[in-house]
Design a protein around this ligand. Structure first.
Ligand SMILES: NC(=O)c1ccc[n+]([C@@H]2O[C@H](COP(=O)([O-])OP(=O)(O)OC[C@H]3O[C@@H](n4cnc5c(N)ncnc54)[C@H](O)[C@@H]3O)[C@@H](O)[C@H]2O)c1
Length: 355
């Protein structure tokens, strides 16, 4: 069994919790879209159990996790009923979790006192803590990461704050002999992987890339929060590095969240433009649109990442998981081409690679 705690019961947590229920009876030989394996190093999807959840939204705190995931402003697709899980959402410290656009839509109750996160993690026997806080939660992310270390729990950083890819924080996890994976979860097929793959294709085919942009719009709380440009610097770095790491020279790039369109709800629309030169200096242009339901897009990837961190715990491996982070996250400690990163994860699963 893999005991999981969640910080931030938003849309991504909703898709994850629903997904575990939806696929709990998957056969080992079944193809599940978005997962590497139904049986990942000995762990089935149903082996993931939620033991704790933290949020600050007064409408979610005190509710069972199965209910809180469907409370507005969460707005992602419901694809599975979830039975009562016996996990009450507890109040976490707000710190810098709520930016100026989220404060008006997420009400906090000052009479609800935050719990001691590390104590809850210890009491519930959590193996792994998932960070699903809003973009720009600099202090709050570091707080939860430190609480994970204090409680002796592995850490998965799904958001664009640099923990696993930061030397100082990586060392803290190494010193505590606790595994961590991150940073900033890569969706199954999202803007990043599509842009990265097209970039690699053009580079491999000898096209001189001259400029590229990736504009993204959506109508969920993530996009509302990301209207605040000051909270976005690490998001832009993370998304831009994921593409620029594929290009051996400097190219003008503009990549990141671009606007909030409320009626889109959890639909995310991405426009990618690429301009290059091919043989004879003849221009080549790619302009494409991708439309996805945002939150389920990364839930399968997180199910695999959780089981990878649990394997590392079982094997007494601490510190950043290099291959796992490179395959599942946008801003890992070491970027690798996706095919190589996938191979590294397969080798990690069977124990041929340490991390
Ligand atoms: N959708 C994807 O595929 C994807 C990909 C990469 C990264 N992410 C990142 O994952 C994160 C979560 O995304 P989401 O769509 O679920 O966001 P969301 O806004 O729906 O959920 C965030 C939740 O965190 C809670 N919160 C705020 N401050 C908190 C605190 N201090 N302690 C505990 N909870 C707190 C909010 O009340 C809310 O319930 C975002 O940072 C997003 O950018 C998502």
């Amino acid at each position: 069994m893999v005991k999981v705690a969640i910080a931030g019961v938003g849309n991504c947590a909703s898709s994850l919790v629903q997904g575990i229920e939806y696929y709990k009876n998957a056969r080992e030989d079944q193809f599940v879209p978005g997962l590497m394996h139904v049986n990942f190093g000995g762990y089935h999807i149903r082996d993931i159990r939620f033991v704790a959840a933290f949020d600050v939204d007064a409408n979610k705190v005190g509710k069972d996790l199965s209910e809180a995931i469907f409370v507005p402003p969460n707005c992602t697709a419901k694809f599975s009923d979830v039975p009562e899980l016996g996990v009450e959402v507890m109040k976490g410290p707000v710190l810098d979790g709520l930016g100026k656009y989220l404060k008006p839509v997420i009400s906090t109750d000052p009479t609800q006192k935050p719990v001691e996160i590390s104590e809850v993690l210890e009491e519930t026997g959590a193996d792994v803590l998932l960070n699903y806080l809003p973009v720009g939660s600099y202090e709050a992310t570091r707080y939860y990461a430190q609480e994970a270390i204090k409680a002796g729990v592995g850490f998965i950083n799904n958001i664009p704050e640099f923990i696993v890819s930061d030397r100082k924080w990586a060392k803290k996890f190494e010193d505590a002999n606790l595994p961590c994976a991150g940073d900033d979860i890569k969706s199954q097929v999202g803007a990043t992987i599509l842009h990265r793959t097209l970039t690699k294709l053009l580079i491999d085919r000898g096209v001189k890339l001259e400029e590229s942009y990736q504009l993204n719009v959506g109508g969920n709380c993530d996009f509302l929060n990301m209207l605040e440009e000051e909270r976005l610097s690490s998001k832009r770095v993370s998304k831009t590095d994921a593409v620029s790491s594929q290009i051996p020279y400097e190219v003008p790039l503009r990549i990141g969240p671009s606007d909030y369109v409320p009626f889109l709800k959890d639909t995310k629309v991405c426009y990618i433009h690429m301009l290059g030169k091919k043989f004879g200096d003849i221009p080549l242009t790619i302009d494409l649109k991708l439309s996805v339901e945002d939150s389920p897009n990364s839930a399968g990837v997180v199910i695999d990442a959780i089981r990878a961190v649990k394997l590392a715990l079982d094997r007494d491996i601490g510190g950043p998981l290099i291959g796992v982070s490179a395959y599942f996250f946008k801003h890992p400690p070491i970027q690798m081409p996706d095919a190589e990163a996938k191979q590294a994860v397969e080798e990690f699963i069977v124990g041929r690679r340490e991390r």
